[in-house]
Design a binder for this molecule. Sequence first.
Ligand code: SAH
Length: 241
Amino acid sequence: MKLDDLQIVLVETSHPGNIGATARAMKNMGLCHLTLVAPRCGIDETAIARASGALDILDACRRVDTLPEAVAESELVIGSSARPRSLGWPELTPRRMADMLGECADGQRASLVFGRERSGLSNEELQFCHYTVKIPTAPDYSSLNLAMAVQLLAYEIFVRLQQENQPPMDVPREPKASAGELEGYFEHLEQVLVTTGFLDPAQPRHMMKRLRRLYQRIGLTRNEVNILRGILSSVQKYRKS
Ligand code: SAH
């Protein structure tokens, strides 16, 4: 993929300085799409000062109310998190993350999501991410400043995507399903699993979380999602008849 296919998403940022410093870090590394999810501060003088020569990125930044809205167009969503997660979300190193982005075909879109200064990303928000990435740190102090985390990950991506001699993709790749299309599939799947009795809504036991993890990991194409939804519809018709 190209640097232009990646957006940086900041969730509920509280400090204007971090938004400005993020814009600068992005511009240094050739990234230009910034999305703010429900920011808790405005873009003030501090943000402008910290952005330095990257005011164009602040001017063009998009604001949305929710994370699903921010990532709906992305085929790959990666959440950056300082904490290990209990459900064992697939966790990448920064370099592996950059390789994965490098392996995506041009025109596939990706989002790299960053959490709040105080509390990071919630487990619910991580549900919308296909992978997490953790920057290795000293074990007793793993939380970096937000803009510094953006800088490090953007650097890895820049270095990887600038690499020469990438083998040309001779096989045309099918378009991947977007996050919005996957959400549609998960809702449909849950409905069917509840009607067949496989899933007890009173005792869901993380079943949907596990299924989401499975499907997000394998990188479904749009056609594959359509096939899976067709199967679900056939189960619904069968039960009715
Ligand atoms: N105290 C929070 C960390 C907030 S730091 C927590 O425990 O989760 C703000 C954001 O910077 C995080 O949500 C994450 O997106 C990013 N970040 C900070 N340190 C990181 C690290 N070591 N690896 C990956 N992302 C990190």
